[in-house]
Each structure stands twice: as C-alpha cells, then as structure tokens.
Design a protein around this ligand. Structure first.
Ligand SMILES: [Zn+2]
Length: 310
C-alpha cells in the first residue's frame, strides 16, 4: 500500500549568498554554504520518499523570519540550516536551538527530540561536541501564560503548529571547521546523515501513531486491545459511512487517522461522518485501489488497508 511519508520544510538561513563571510576562511559564506546544504539535503530527503519545501526559491531571496516559519504549515518539521559565529576562534561545537516548552501538546517535545538527534549525529560526523539551546523571549503573544520562543523562525513555526529546529553546523569563525564545511564530500555526508536521522524519526512516529490508532479502534469495537491488527479486530470492524453508523465512536478515530495520513479533506475529527468524511474516505480509497464509494464496509478492503493488513 502507499503511505504518505510526510513533508519537511528546509530553511536555508539568511537572505544572501555573501551573508556572514568567514573572517578566517574568506571563501566561506554562511548564506551560500547553507543554501548548498539545503539543496543536497532536499535531494536526500526526496530520495527517501519525503516531500520537501524550501522557505526560499533561490540563494539571494530575502524572506522574513515570520514568512519562513509560516511556510512550514502542514510539515512534520522545519529545519533551519546555519553555521555559528563567535568573537574568538576557539569555539567549535554543533548546537540545536529547539522550541521552548509552551505547554501546547507534542510540538515542543518533538522539536527537542529531533533537535537532539540531529545535533548528536552531525556533531559525531564533524568530530565536535554538542549544545542544546532553548531560549525564551520575554513575551507571551498567545497569552497562554508561558513565554514564547526567542528565535523568530521557531516562534513563527510554532504559530502554525510545526516542530522546528535551528541547527548550527559548527562555527565559521573556527578555521578547521570552516575548511571542513567547504569540502564537497563533507557537505554531501552531512546531507545524508541528516536525511537518515529525519527519515528514521518520522518512521518511528508513524509506527507509534498507527499502533495508537489500532489500540483506540480495538477499544471502540470491543476487540482485544494490543495495538496489533488481526482477524479478530477486522472481524469486529463496523460499516461506517454518512448513511450507516455515522456517529459510531470509530468515526472519530478514522477521521483522525485519515488526517494524519494526509487526507485533510476529512476535516475536523468531530465524530460525525458527513460530507467531508465521505470526501476523505473516497480520496483514500482511490489511492489504495479500493471501490470508491465513500463507505468503509465492515471487514472489507478499506478496513484492511487502514489496518495495514494488505
Ligand atoms: Zn545563521
């Protein structure tokens, strides 16, 4: 079966190719090099079946931090690519700047989780240490009693519900680090390592959310709750459609599941199978070679696909 693997937003930091020229290796500019990395990383992610959007279309495009964050709407992650600077040459480590905990569900925890994974993998490749940073501003713009992110791109991604990370690939004020970043082979390896980390992270999330869907469904239909679909689960599945069982407790679970899989036509998970439910089910059926009738028939193919039994 086909599964939508998810969408990643890459943000090549800064507006111009010649932005942040290295004081120690003048041929290095953060603007150009992080654009180069974004292009390589896009290819690597796409070759792993992921969809990629960039926050800008060419290296010399000025885009506000707010617009960069907003571009990530609907993405599983916004990754902003940078190299760091210090007033002395010595500092050299990889840092991940992740979202502060705004007590708003899983987003900020995910930001910290993928930030940690990326930071460790990149630091290992570059042979340097790691720093994790979460910096809050003094403002609470959403008025929920918790301070917002200090960094604009993280804050803006937060407003559209996207976990976001700023990844600083060492320091372009450190000569050996800058020379390392200028090697084509190294940039290629960075792109591969980062793509692998992101791909694995998304796969784990996909597995977790599928198991949770199955557990909730099993509970709703009175099957043994183990998160693993089998004949008993399939045998107890109800027929769901706008005409039949349209308020069955499984409707809400299917709405949520279809939405998670990218079938946003299904709309809000309100537990009532109506016109949007039908549209979402039909789109899913079309992609999975089922009869396109907008009905999830008990024990039939659409259920088998949703339960990943074929
Ligand atoms: Zn930067």
């Amino acid at each position: 079966m086909t599964t939508k693997k998810g969408k990643i937003c890459l943000d090549p930091g800064h507006d111009r190719a010649d932005y942040n020229r290295s004081p120690v290796v003048p041929e290095y500019c953060e603007g150009q090099r992080m654009w180069d990395l974004a292009v390589l990383l896009k290819t690597e992610l796409e070759s792993r079946g992921l969809e990629v959007v960039l926050t800008k279309n060419c290296v010399n495009q000025a885009v506000s931090l707010n617009a960069r964050g907003k571009t990530s709407k609907g993405c599983a992650l916004l990754l902003s690519l940078h190299s760091d600077a210090a007033s002395r040459e010595a500092p050299n480590w990889v840092s991940a700047l992740h979202q502060v905990d705004d007590h708003c569900g899983e987003m900020d925890a995910k930001s910290k989780e993928i930030g940690t994974l990326l930071c460790e993998a990149v630091a290992q490749l570059m042979g340097v240490g790691t720093r994790m940073v979460a910096r809050e501003s003094s403002a609470d713009r959403d008025g929920n009693g918790y301070r917002d992110d200090y960094y604009g791109v993280l804050r803006s991604a937060h407003t559209v519900g996207t976990p976001a990370v700023i990844l600083e690939h060492g320091f372009h004020t450190n000569e050996s680090c800058t020379r390392w970043l200028l090697e084509e082979e190294n940039l290629q390896r960075l792109a591969q390592v980062e793509a692998d980390v992101i791909d694995r992270w998304l796969q784990e999330q996909t597995t977790d959310s599928f198991r949770e869907f199955v557990r909730q469904l099993q509970k709703a239909i009175g099957a043994a709750v183990d998160g693993i679909p089998g004949p008993e689960t399939l045998g107890k599945t109800p027929t769901l459609s706008a005409a039949k069982n349209y308020r069955h407790p499984a409707v809400k679970l299917v709405q949520q599941r279809l939405h998670d899989l990218g079938y946003t036509q299904v709309g809000k998970a309100d537990g009532i199978a109506g016109r949007k439910f039908t549209a979402g089910v039909k789109a899913y059926q079309k992609d999975h070679g089922c009869v396109i009738d907008g009905e999830i028939t008990a024990g039939h193919k659409t259920w088998r696909c949703l339960l990943e039994m074929e």
